[in-house]
Ligand binder design. Structure first.
Ligand SMILES: CC(C)C[C@H](C(=O)NO)C(=O)N[C@@H](CC(N)=O)C(=O)NCc1cccc(N)c1
Ligand SMILES: [Ca+2]
Ligand SMILES: [Zn+2]
Ligand SMILES: [Zn+2]
Length: 154
């Protein structure tokens, strides 16, 4: 299983201003999405600005030279790399999406991948492949998500 060998992970937001004017809202959204995972597993997430971070989060559109081009509005919303050095753990959001309402749910899903979680067959899981646009306030981890992340880091 691929997982981080440490339990305090650093993350950095790159060029967010470029794609999302309201950086404070983005920061709050990501902090809340990390909290979903740190509240059920012995993990800590630290936001870094300049120094090298384990997890670099950025927005891109179309082909952004990592072998997995984005596809414009709709379809693929984001992708994340499994734990590891370099691009490992990094999270890319498709800049062509309308992030005014579902950034939290998609971030929670992608951060699960960045921690090493694959897709889950449980329709109630945040790691389920397809996103049902349930209102964010209902969004919480399913038992399956908790079991899977505790299996890796519990
Ligand atoms: C093959 C992958 C690159 C698909 C991509 C994904 O799973 N990224 O992690 C993705 O954007 N999946 C869409 C569904 C699709 N269009 O295939 C999605 O909504 N993923 C994010 C998401 C957000 C919240 C909840 C769930 N269950 C899924
Ligand atoms: Ca897309
Ligand atoms: Zn990418
Ligand atoms: Zn996914």
């Amino acid at each position: 299983t691929i997982r981080w060998k440490k339990t305090t992970l650093s993350y950095r937001l790159e060029m967010i201003r470029h794609w999302h004017p309201d950086t404070s809202k983005v920061n709050r959204t990501f902090r809340a999405a990390w909290k979903l995972w740190s509240s059920v597993a012995p993990l800590k997430f630290r936001k870094r600005n300049r120094r090298e971070a384990d997890i670099v989060i950025s927005f891109h559109n179309g082909d952004h030279k990592d072998g997995s081009p984005f596809d414009g509005q709709g379809g693929i919303l984001a992708h994340a790399f499994l734990p590891g050095s370099g691009i490992g753990g990094d999270v890319h959001f498709d800049a062509d999406e309308d992030w005014s309402f579902n950034l939290f749910a998609v971030a929670a899903h992608e951060f699960g991948h960045a921690l090493g979680l694959p897709h889950s067959s449980d329709p109630g899981a945040i790691m389920y492949p397809a996103y049902s646009f349930a209102p964010n306030y209902e969004l919480q981890l399913s038992f399956r998500d908790v079991k899977d992340v505790q299996h890796l880091y519990g």
